[in-house]
Ligand binder design. Structure first.
Ligand SMILES: Cc1cc2nc3c(=O)[nH]c(=O)nc-3n(C[C@H](O)[C@H](O)[C@H](O)COP(=O)(O)OP(=O)(O)OC[C@H]3O[C@@H](n4cnc5c(N)ncnc54)[C@H](O)[C@@H]3O)c2cc1C
Length: 406
């Protein structure tokens, strides 16, 4: 099979489909390729999404994908001090990624993108030192694609990023290993609150999550630093279910109905996500929140920016790196500072002892946590903490150096 297109997109997840949808709507000749036979399957996700990302990307969350509206969260510190945040109205959802990803893929196709599923891309083709196409394989044999612009939206282990020489993920320390389940008979606290459990013995560098889906069903999962050698994410998950004083109560009657594993790129974005004729989007670009591990919203927004820049480039007849730097500057203008602050904050939090996190939980309210994980300043913290211990003060001094607090 041979194709000649304006834009060839490798990966039909949120990043690739958002790029394809935007580019196709703007009249480009788009080819959207995925190796999966069933888009969205298997699910490797907690399936939580806020309303903001889709709204900025001008993408409606498919109604069929919505499983449960969410108003906020409850964080449990290592000693199970609770910090709540709840809005009066839902500001996000737990979705079904099987439906979410597939509907988005269909929307891109309906907008005019050509689609190729069950097709694995194996090679990035270079001509005169510049990216010019792709080689892949499917049931019909060899697939050859010639394209003015290639988009690498092929996820955390992106081969496009690797072959383009732009990939940074290689360090294990930049990845979180994650396992999780969809479960029934879960006794969650509140159907509209996501629950997070912290602590070095619970989930080093990460957290356990319980995301309610209604009718006592929930996604229950864990992410931990991938380099944490002694115990695996699965070991920690099992001990949360068996030994954690709250976890074991909530999950004592729970049954596993689906098993999920995955890796999350928490090391921040690649230094560079463009070359002549090439852009990287989504997990392939490292566009994931370095603390929460959330990436769906960023993928949608950055995909829509990539789609628009592709249209401008094709229109101008200039797909050079200089032209595509508009993509880099626009998405970094939106999220670059947030990612870089959150990366530094994550490193600080990683070093904090459980007792320090407990003390933080005593003085933080939910809004503080929202502000903190969005990289906003929370000067209130400092005055509250002055009387507390040295570790906590050191941690907050770290926050101050990052200009998270004044
Ligand atoms: C366990 C876990 C829980 C998570 N929970 C959340 C959450 O609750 N909320 C949130 O916002 N984020 C969450 N994330 C992160 C989120 O899932 C990702 O950030 C998001 O899926 C990124 O979208 P993407 O399109 O970049 O990549 P992906 O969704 O990974 O899509 C990449 C696509 O590329 C295809 N592909 C890969 N290689 C090739 C190839 N060579 N040829 C053809 N196709 C290829 C794949 O088949 C896949 O369909 C979680 C991640 C994990 C692992």
């Amino acid at each position: 099979m041979k194709f000649k297109v304006d834009v060839a997109i490798v990966g039909g997840g949120p990043a690739g489909s958002s790029t394809a949808l935007t580019a196709a709507k703007l009249g480009l000749n788009v080819l959207l390729i995925d190796r999966k036979a069933h888009i969205g399957v298997p699910v490797q996700c907690g399936e939580a999404i806020g309303k903001t990302g889709p709204s900025i990307a001008e993408i409606d969350i498919p109604k069929e994908a919505i499983r449960n509206p969410i108003r906020g969260f409850r964080v449990y510190s290592p000693s199970n001090i609770k910090v709540d945040y709840a809005k009066p109205e839902p500001d996000g959802y737990i979705v079904d990624r099987r439906v979410f990803d597939k509907e988005l893929f269909i929307k891109a196709a309906e907008a005019g993108a050509e689609t190729l599923i069950n097709t694995e891309i194996k090679e990035l083709v270079f001509k005169d030192g510049k990216v010019s196409g792709l080689i892949g394989v499917n049931d019909n044999g060899k697939v050859e694609v010639e394209s003015k612009i290639i988009i690498g939206a092929d996820g955390v282990f992106s081969i496009i990023a690797k072959m383009a020489g732009l990939r940074k993920y290689a360090k294990l320390a930049d990845l979180d290993a994650s396992v999780g389940y969809e479960m029934c008979n879960v006794e969650y606290d509140d159907q509209e609150l996501m629950e997070f459990y912290m602590g070095k013995n619970v989930a080093p560098r990460g957290y356990v999550w319980i995301f309610p889906k209604g009718e006592k069903r929930a996604n229950v999962g864990i992410g931990v630093g991938a380099q944490d050698g002694a115990r695996t994410a699965l070991d920690y998950m099992k001990s949360f279910m068996k030994d954690h004083p709250i976890g074991r109560e909530k999950l004592k009657n729970a049954k596993i109905i689906e098993y999920r594993v995955g890796a999350i790129p928490l090391g921040g974005p690649n230094e560079k996500n463009i070359l002549d004729n090439l852009m990287l989007v989504g997990d392939a670009a490292g566009q994931v929140h370095p603390i929460t591990g959330g990436g769906i919203g960023y993928s949608l927004v950055c995909g829509s920016i990539a789609g628009k820049v592709a249209a401008e480039a094709i229109e101008a007849g200039d797909t050079s790196e200089r032209m595509l730097s508009n993509y880099e500057s626009r998405w970094r203008g939106k999220y670059g500072e947030e990612f870089s602050k959150m990366l530094k904050l994550r490193v600080l939090l990683e070093k904090a002892e459980d007792k320090t996190l407990d003390q933080l939980a005593e003085i933080l309210n939910g809004q503080n946590i929202v502000d903190l994980t969005a990289g906003r300043k929370i000067s209130i913290l400092f005055s509250a903490v002055k009387k507390r211990n040295k570790d906590l003060l050191n941690l907050l001094n770290g926050f101050r150096q990052l200009k998270l607090i004044q």
